[in-house]
Design a protein around this ligand. Structure first.
Ligand SMILES: NC(=O)c1ccc[n+]([C@@H]2O[C@H](COP(=O)([O-])OP(=O)(O)OC[C@H]3O[C@@H](n4cnc5c(N)ncnc54)[C@H](O)[C@@H]3O)[C@@H](O)[C@H]2O)c1
Length: 326
């Protein structure tokens, strides 16, 4: 890799942690500065545990920092060598954006602008940043392709993710920063996020509590195993583009009821299902068209839902003592 000093935002988050670990495990000559404010949107103990693993690496430096505070961002980073930014830090979650839209405005809009301004000020040539499949909103055409319209976001989370892509365009256009945006599709795996359905399902199944199954189970998600997503992020770091957006999904949507069956199988317990109508802001189906990412990133997801969920459940059960308390 031609970058030696990489700034990764949201490094204690689910995807940030996996990206840092992959780079640290494979490249001795790359220094990573990880920043994260370790906020309590979900239990920060999990963020600290991930971060403790990363802090053991000699070439990982962690700075606890809120990137929505521009002056603090500059103050903490102005003497650091940085040649690439991977911007993964964000306020995620569709549901919570109905309750606390300000968190999205702060981290995803102001925070992203701060990261882009920082790059402009310190002449950083390239940024790889996280977007989301949620920008496709209630797109009826499947699979979802990067060329599809994305001007009907159905949640504030989605509109902040789309805004990020638009801001990235502006910073590319004005200052020539190389901008690669990655639309992730429901990423799951070990060290995952406790606010996401699959994690809540696993927890409740083990605790023998009911699970909430929305739209009466009639949903499909293009679940993507985290190591496949990390392959795509690494390819995006290794290749130079002016301004591009890529889908990073699995392109094999899974019916929610089959997903639950697999969890039941690997956790060896039957779920008590609480069938509910569709949640506001949610979409019934996601499905990634991967032709562009296959062509330009050589992206080729490998882990099947059966294998990915088997690995996730085995991690979950091995760590159940502290995970069940999250
Ligand atoms: N996991 C998915 O399925 C998924 C799907 C689509 C898009 N994404 C996007 O991928 C990125 C990573 O998601 P994740 O699943 O790892 O989420 P995560 O919540 O586990 O990680 C995000 C991290 O960013 C940090 N953060 C948030 N606001 C911050 C701020 N103002 N300053 C510093 N740190 C801040 C959080 O503390 C957290 O550790 C996000 O941009 C998310 O929107 C994720």
């Amino acid at each position: 890799m031609r970058y030696n000093n990489i700034l990764i935002t949201g490094s204690a988050g689910f995807i940030g942690f996996h990206l840092c670990k992959r780079i640290l495990d494979n490249y001795d000559d790359i220094n990573i500065i990880g920043i994260d404010n370790l906020n309590n949107y979900y239990n920060p103990l999990l963020k600290e545990k991930r971060n403790d693993i990363l802090k053991k690496y000699r070439n990982y430096t962690f700075i606890k920092l809120d990137f929505s505070e521009y002056l603090k961002l500059i103050e903490s980073l102005n003497d650091k060598d940085i040649d690439l930014i991977v911007h993964l830090g964000a306020q995620p979650g569709v549901r919570y954006s109905l309750e606390n839209p300000w968190a999205y405005e702060r981290s995803n809009l102001l925070g992203t602008m701060n990261i882009f301004e920082f790059a402009r000020r310190f002449n950083i040539e390239k940024i790889v940043y996280a977007s989301s499949s949620s920008v496709y909103g209630g797109n009826k055409k499947i699979p979802f392709s990067e060329d599809d319209r994305t001007d009907n976001p159905v949640s504030l989370y989605a509109s902040t993710k789309r805004s990020k892509e638009l801001m990235a365009y502006t910073y590319h256009n004005l200052y020539g920063i190389g901008m690669t945006g990655l639309r992730f599709f429901t990423v799951y795996g070990e060290w995952g996020r406790p606010d996401m359905a699959y994690f809540k399902f696993a927890k409740n199944i083990l605790l023998e509590k009911p699970i909430d199954v929305y739209n009466y189970g009639d949903m499909e998600r293009d679940f993507t195993y985290v190591s496949d997503v990390i392959d795509g992020v690494i390819s995006s770091i290794e290749r130079d583009f002016n301004y591009e957006i890529f889908n990073l999904g699995n392109s094999r949507p899974v019916k929610l009821m089959y997903f639950i069956e697999l969890l039941e199988k690997y956790l060896n317990k039957t779920a008590k299902k609480n069938f509910l109508p569709m949640q506001e802001g949610d979409v019934p189906r996601t499905y990634a068209d991967l032709s562009k990412s296959r062509e330009f990133l050589n992206y080729n997801p490998k882990v099947s839902i059966e294998e990915g969920l088997r690995r996730f459940c085995s991690w979950f059960v091995d760590n159940r003592e502290w995970i069940l308390k999250l």
